[in-house]
Design a binder for this molecule. Structure first.
Ligand code: ATP
Length: 508
């Protein structure tokens, strides 16, 4: 410990004790999963002992920047450190662990794990782990692969009592060494996607909860609706900017004077206008990185296309019944996910025992029973068979520019994977690889949407290999997996190249 303490960057991080799970908005699924894997093994070791469950040693957080990965890790450390129990929280940036001296980075890593072990229970959090453990390749220098091997060895060496949990965060899952994602290492993966409308509202609530007076619920609802593509960090800065706008409006003189002026804080009132101003100034993360294809109808196009959009959404619900749940406004986000994701019924109701029990005379001998056929499920679950939806209109009717983005906006709860030409061709990887990655991701995060705008141009522009890759992957998605293929076309259904229709089968 002494050696560790002398190294400035091996000290356990000073935890910001104010962050708790209630300060994290819209990530309740992740929070309960993390509780299960990190907090419960520490609180209820007897349950884990009884069923011989080995708590996972590591998990990966991935998703766009500013979506709360660091925040959740901090909150987790604080939640675990209640009362007497303290959990040491070590936080490292991937690239900080690298050193120019051969062997030094490995030594630092070993020290870190040593110290975490001595101060157990502890959480080691590697932010931007892709800097530390990038995909190993032949061209990459020896040093990197040696660091990755050290990390793997250290993680394999952790004992299985769940006393040390390693969390890695990255913006891109495909940029870290696949060996790290094997069971026993970072075997749980959490996607931190951009928040949807409900999540945004919750985050707004969190960042304005200490304001007096508090903003109206209705107002926050409207804000959340408008702020498509904002991540948690954007929402936080939007709230701060709105407060500054109000200050600027009330006391413009403080910008001119270099002395501290006497101001009356109570007289600064934040209005809707301040938020509108702040929104003009903030560029949401999604537009800085990749533009999100979802957009609500603008005030100009709304009167024209509103009815068409409503008809489209109605038709879509028939093809893709999952949409129905997403479109119900009054549903809690959790309950929606619950209905959509859970395959089994969660109640504790009577079901046949699955254990060997001593037979009693009264019990008739058991016939061969089926245990896992919960026949109710298929009935209660929305079901769709290869959902595909094509928006067709003459050029300039707004199908790709207004309607499809509005449909995606309405179905914001589902992750969207745009397979348009810029996405496929303006990347370092080959278009086939990008296509495969996106489609696999779509399948993994189902219910989800694969979006191809202007499919008539798309089909002409892409090469034969990409076409083959695309159709094979599309066929490989199980028939009943809720992955919606949404496309737009300027050419009517009958005139689309027969291959497009033949291999993708859009229904009219
Ligand atoms: P990076 O990938 O850049 O490290 P990150 O995902 O770790 O980003 P954080 O540092 O956790 O992002 O988020 C930045 C800030 O944004 C947080 O301190 C928090 O105030 C706010 N924030 C982000 N997501 C949420 C959320 N879900 N609820 C409340 N606040 C959030």
């Amino acid at each position: 410990m002494k050696i560790g303490a002398t190294l400035a960057d091996v000290d356990p991080m000073q935890i910001d004790c104010s962050v708790r799970f209630d300060g994290v908005g819209g990530l309740s699924d992740h929070i309960s999963a993390l509780k299960e894997m990190v907090v419960f093994p520490l609180l209820y070791p007897e349950v884990f002992e009884r069923f011989k469950i080995q708590p996972p040693r590591g998990c990966l957080f991935y998703g766009p920047p500013g979506t709360g990965k660091t925040l959740v890790a901090r909150a987790l450390a604080n939640e675990c450190s209640q009362g007497e129990r303290r959990i040491a929280f070590f936080m490292r940036k991937g690239a900080d662990c690298l050193s120019k001296w051969a062997g030094e980075s490995e030594r630092q890593l070993r020290l870190l794990f040593d110290q975490a072990y001595q101060m157990r229970p502890s959480i080691i959090f590697f932010d931007e782990i892709d800097g530390l453990a990038p995909v190993r390749s032949s061209e990459q220098d020896q040093i990197h692969s040696s660091i990755v091997s050290t990390l793997l060895a250290l993680m394999d060496g952790l004992d299985s009592r769940g006393e040390i949990v390693v969390i890695g965060a990255t913006n891109r899952l495909d940029s870290i060494d696949p060996a790290l994602r094997r069971p026993g290492r970072f075997d749980r993966e959490f996607l931190f996607s951009l928040p949807n409308q409900e999540a945004r509202k919750e985050i707004f609530k969190i960042h304005t909860r200490d304001w007096t007076p508090k903003p109206l619920d209705m107002f926050l609802e409207e804000l959340a609706e408008k702020c498509v593509g904002y991540c948690g960090a954007d929402i936080k800065s939007l709230c701060a900017e709105a407060a500054l706008c109000a200050l600027r409006r009330r006391y413009p003189q403080i910008y001119k004077s270099s002395e501290k002026l006497q101001i009356d804080v109570a007289s600064i009132r934040i209005t809707a206008k301040d938020f509108a101003m702040a929104m003009q100034k903030t560029v949401p993360a999604s537009q800085r990185a990749v533009a999100s294809p979802g957009r609500a109808l603008s005030s100009v196009s709304k009167p024209l296309l509103e009815n068409t959009l409503a008809r489209i959404l109605q038709a879509l619900q028939r093809v893709f019944p999952h949409a129905e749940f997403a479109l119900q406004k009054d549903q809690q986000p959790d309950s929606v996910n619950h209905v959509l994701r859970n395959d089994t019924v969660d109640s504790d109701e009577e079901s046949p025992s699955i254990f060997e029990e001593k037979p009693t005379h009264k019990m008739p001998s058991r016939e061969k029973e089926k245990f896992l056929s919960f026949s109710r499920n298929a009935y209660y679950q929305p079901t769709s068979c290869r959902p595909r939806f094509l928006l067709v209109g003459e050029p300039g009717y707004g199908q790709a520019s207004h309607l499809a983005p509005a449909v995606i906006h309405a179905l914001e709860k589902f992750p969207v994977y745009a397979l348009d030409l810029p996405v496929l061709f303006v990347t370092a990887t080959s278009p086939e690889e990008t296509c495969a990655q996106l489609m696999r991701e779509a399948q993994r995060t189902a219910p989800s949407i694969i979006y191809i705008p202007h499919i008539h141009l798309w089909w002409e522009a892409v090469g034969a290999t990409l076409k083959a890759t695309f159709t094979t992957l599309l066929h490989n998605i199980p028939a009943f997996a809720p992955v919606l293929l949404l496309a737009t076309s300027d050419v009517c259904h009958a005139d689309l190249p027969t291959e497009t229709d033949g291999s993708i089968y859009f229904r009219q």
